[in-house]
Write a protein that binds this ligand. Structure first.
Ligand SMILES: [Zn+2]
Length: 416
């Protein structure tokens, strides 16, 4: 009120993330004369302070990005005389370039990788990678990246997208590791044919695989402006707008394949039909795997012999109660592993606000990749790059006792 001109505090001159948020504090006179003060240092370059946030170790993150690129996207010399010699020679003034030490062939470190044509400094990718793995199960949003790195929101979103591309690119390796491990552990395995027999003991020391679907960002009745939704059934209906409003998909339906104390895989699906979910399950799990779901998968029985389901709406035999006590877990059959992962996913994704269905798979891949990296370690990915099938790798990868935490590719320690 009353101020016609610009207020210095309420309207910053440009993007607040590009400039220092607070007025520079004058250095204390006693510190000013000490040798540690940067201004008295002859090698002090003021522009470094503007480009790099002073509290971040950019050297470490540059080295981290280089290591990620070297481990996951190794480049070799195309010159036939060099016989696929790895490109290793650094160029001090251009961190994104790399050179053959023998024939001096020069190429870009980041071309044809998820960082292809990325114009941001290399260390920023390393930062996002490091923080994402460290802060799991919390996710890093583009806003957070923008504030921490002092870059614009568009650049931050693009950087986040690059990281998601990296995760999507690496996730299939975790998928094949899981498939291989399961088919080894459940070779010729058969659950007792009597479905009323308790299987708690049989499954106690084996990977417990659960499959379920959940809805993220449902289209409420308010989003459909009070119109009832009738063209789809069950959970599927809650991700589509009413047909009178175009029937567009605005929510995300997620199929979860989760293994107890092990990896998890999320897929964004358009509906819950057998022809949609079936091939996905078939792709992730060998047919001998014991599979636990709720009653939404009656068609699985034909393919998966060891499929068991728990009836969530089982009625009690006692007149006093509406529901049966064992409607969540009966005879050792439950799908709490999938439900637990849904809780984790929904809590984490609440910090995004909303994600468009078009991009939902990228976000899910990112989350699954980070979770699986905690389970397997990143070394398993690098090992599986050049290795052929049937090698003597540790197949008991995600048992509760296996020490996947030792000796990570990129030095980040997991939980515990
Ligand atoms: Zn060469």
């Amino acid at each position: 009120m009353g101020f016609g001109g610009r207020d210095d505090y309420s309207s910053p001159p440009s993007n607040p993330n590009r400039t220092l948020p607070f007025p520079r504090i004058q250095p204390h006179p006693t510190i000013e004369n000490s040798s540690e003060n940067q201004t008295s240092d002859p090698s002090y370059k003021p522009h470094i302070l503007r480009n790099n946030p002073p509290n971040l170790n950019t050297q470490f993150f540059t080295a981290l990005t280089k290591k990620i690129l070297k481990d996951f996207y190794p480049k070799t010399c195309p010159n036939p005389k060099c016989e696929n010699r790895p490109l290793e020679k650094e160029i001090s003034t251009h961190p994104e370039l790399i050179r053959c030490s023998k024939c001096r062939y020069l190429t870009s470190r980041i071309s044809y990788t998820p960082l292809h044509h990325c114009k941001l400094p290399l260390w920023m990718f390393g930062y996002v990678f490091y923080e994402s793995l460290l802060q799991y199960p919390k996710v890093i949003t583009a806003t957070e990246i923008s504030k921490k790195l002092r870059i614009g929101t568009n650049a931050a979103s693009l950087l986040k997208r690059r990281f998601q591309l990296f995760c999507s690119d690496q996730l299939p390796k975790f998928k094949s590791l899981t498939y291989e491990s399961l088919s080894h552990q459940f070779k010729d395995f058969l659950l007792p044919p009597n479905e009323n027999k308790d299987i708690t003991k049989i499954m106690a020391k084996r990977p417990y695989v659960c499959v379920d679907t959940a809805v993220l960002y449902s289209a409420g009745e308010r989003a459909s402006q009070g119109r009832k939704r009738y063209s789809h059934r069950g959970q599927t209906s809650s991700i589509y707008l009413s047909e009178k409003l175009g029937g567009k998909q605005i929510g995300t339906l997620v199929q979860t394949i989760a293994i107890k104390n092990g990896p998890v895989f999320f897929t964004s699906v358009p509906n819950q039909k057998a022809e949609t979910l079936g091939p996905l399950i078939r792709e992730h799990l060998p047919t001998t795997t014991p599979l636990f779901t709720d009653q939404g998968y009656p068609w699985l029985w034909g393919v998966y012999r060891n499929h068991r389901s728990v009836n969530h709406s089982a009625h009690s035999k006692d007149n006093r109660f509406r529901w049966a006590r064992n409607r969540w877990s009966k005879n050792g059959v439950h799908n709490q592993v999938a439900e637990g992962n849904h809780r984790l996913l929904k809590t984490a994704f609440s910090s995004y606000g909303y994600i468009r269905p078009k991009y939902s798979q990228l976000y899910l891949d990112e989350f699954a990749f980070i979770k699986n990296a905690q389970v397997f370690g990143l070394d398993t990915l690098v090992d599986s790059v050049g290795e052929d099938e049937g090698s003597c790798r540790n197949r008991d990868l995600f048992s509760p006792r296996s020490g996947a935490t030792a000796g990570r590719t990129v030095g980040i320690r997991g939980k515990g």
